[in-house]
Design a protein around this ligand. Sequence first.
Ligand code: ATP
Ligand code: MG
Length: 633
Amino acid sequence: MTSYHDFHRRSIDDPAGFWAEQAQRIHWHKPFDQALQYDRPPFRDWFAGGETNLCYNAVDRHLAERGEQAALAYVSSETGIETSYSYRELHAEVARFAAILQAQGVEKGDRVLIYMPMIPEAIFAMLATVRLGAIHSVVFGGFASASLATRIEDATPKVMVTADAGLRGGKVIAYKPLVDEALALAGSSAPGKVIVVNRGLAEAPMMKPGRDLDYAALVDAHQDERAGVTWVESNHPSYILYTSGTTGKPKGVQRDTGGYAVALAASMDYIYGGKPGECYFSTSDIGWVVGHSYIVYGPLLNGMTTLVYEGLPIRPDAGIWWQLVEKYKVTVMFSAPTAVRVLKKQDPAWLHKYDLSSLRALFLAGEPLDEPTATWIAGELNIPVLDNYWQTETGWPMLTLCNGVEPKPVKYGSPGLPVYGFNVKLFNEATGEEVGPGEKGVIGVIPPLPPGCMSTIWQQDQRFVDTYFSLFPDKLVYSSFDWGIKDQDGYFTILGRTDDVINVAGHRLGTREIEEAVSSHSAIAEVAVVGVEDSLKGQVPKAFAVVKNPALLDDPAQRAALEKEVIAQVAAQLGAIANPARVYFVNQLPKTRSGKVLRRSIQALAEGRDPGDLTTLDDPAGIEQIRQSIEQA
Ligand code: ATP
Ligand code: MG
C-alpha cells in the first residue's frame, strides 16, 4: 500500500501523470491529447482534446452490466411517494427528457435553468441537459423571485424547468408564481420556454400560452423519442452553479465535463469508499454543490444507487434517515453538521431503532464540524465520521482524510489533510509567506487546480482571476477566503472566513475558535460569534448562543449567570483577549437554506446596521431573534 503522503506528493509533483491514470475511470469517446494544458495560468485545461459526455458516463455506460439495478431510489416523506428507477428506466426517462429539450430548440452550449424541488424529474432534467452538451444551472427551489431573477439574467437560459410547488414540513410552497415573477423581473433575459412538472400540489398553475409547457403532456407527445449523446470536448462546460451567497453576491461557478467526471469517480474510491451496486445517501439538495456532486453525478458515475430524499430529518419522526439506511442498505452517507445538530436535540433512541450495520461511514460538510457534535454522532453510530472541507468552487473535497488510500486517525474538529491534487498551504495574509504549524493563515491552493474545480466564473474570466487569484501581487495562489491553522501532523483546522476574522487590539482571532470555546460549555447547543466595532479595541467578539434548555432563559438571574460562566470558559481556553463582550441567548440562529449561519447579517445587526440581503435566509424568525436579543439586553 502506498502511504498517503507519497500518494499526495505524486499528485502534486506530477499532476499530468497522476490524473492521466485516474482518467481511465471514465469512458472517452475520443482519447485526450494532453492530460494537463497549463499555458495560460491560472486557467488550465484537463484532458484537452478528449471527448466525453457526463450523462453517458453516469447512465448509458452502466446499461450492459447493471441495467436492472436501481440507479435512483426516491423517497418523499412530504408526499409519501416512494419509487425507484433502474439504470435502464433512468436511461429511458433521461433520453426522452433530452428529446423534449431538443424539441424546444436546446442545443450544445445552451443553458437550461432548473428550479425544482427534490423530485426525480429534477435529476432527469440535469442529466438530459448534459446529454445534449447543454449547460444546466440549478437554482435551489424556493429561492425568492429576486434571487431567481438575478440568476436568470446571468445565465440567460433558453429553457427553464420548474414545478408547480415544493413542500417543506408539510407546507406547500408554490413555485410557479415565484417563477412568473422572476421571469417578469428578468425581462429580455427570460427563457422562451418553461417546462412545468405539475405535481398537483398547488392550485393549478397559471400557464402562459406559447411559453409554458406541461411536462406530462410533453412526455405523452414524445413518448418513444430518445435523444442520443452529444460528445463534447473535455473542457466544455457541464454546468453553472452559484455559490451560496453567504458573503455577498453569488458567483457563477463554471464546471467542465471530463475533469469533473474523473475527479468525482476517483473520489468515490479514495474518499468515500462507495462500491458499484451499493447505495449512497446524501441528504443535501440538488440546489447545492453537494447535491450536484454527491446526489447526482458521483454515485451514478460509480454505478451506485443514489437515494434521493425529499423531506426533513425529523419528520415524520427523527428516525426517518435511519429507517431509510436500513431499508436501502445504505453504505455511505453524506450530510451536514447542521442536520446532525438537529438530531442531537432529539431522543437518541431513534439512532438505535434500526439496523444500521450496512453503514460504513458518515461524511459531513458545509460548515465547521465542532468536536462535541462529531464525537456524539460517531459514538452513537460507531462508524467513522469524516469532516469534508470544500467549496462550490472546488466541486469536491480539498481537505479530508482519504481512507481509501491509507486510513489515518481522525482528529475531531479537524477535516484532516490536503486531498490529493490540492497543493494546500497556509499563507500570511500580509506578507504572502507560507506559515508553519501552529500559525494562523489564509487557506490557499497553489495552482494548477486539480480536475473537478471550477474553470472560471461564467462569462467573467477577469473576475475569476481578480476574485480568486489576486490575494498576493507577486504570487499566483487560489484563495479560499477561509482562515485556518495546522498542527505538527499537518492536520488543518478551519477558523472561519477571512471576512469574519475579528481583530481585537491587533490580535487576529478566527470566529470558529471562539465558537468552539463557547460551545464546549455543556449548556450551549450552538453559537455564532461576530466581530463588532469598538472604539477602544477596534473590534470585540459578541456571541449569539442557542441553549439546550430554553427554560433556563426565563429567569434573568440564571441568564446572567450563564453569560458569566461562558465568558469565563472562553477566557480559560483562549485567554482573555478572546472574551466575548456579550453573550446573547436565542432559540435559533439565522441560517441560509444550505444551513450556513448568516454571520454578515448578525454582525450588521450587532453594529446597529441594516442586515442586508436576506433572500437566502431559511427562516425569518432566526434574524428576528437576533434583533430581539440585542434590544432586550
Ligand atoms: P459565497 O461564496 O457566495 O459567500 P459560500 O462560501 O457560503 O457562499 P459554499 O461554496 O456553499 O458557499 O460554501 C463553502 C464554504 O463553506 C467554505 O469556504 C467554508 O467557509 C465553509 N465550509 C465548507 N465545508 C466546511 C467544513 N468542513 N468546515 C468548515 N467550513 C466549511
Ligand atoms: Mg464562498
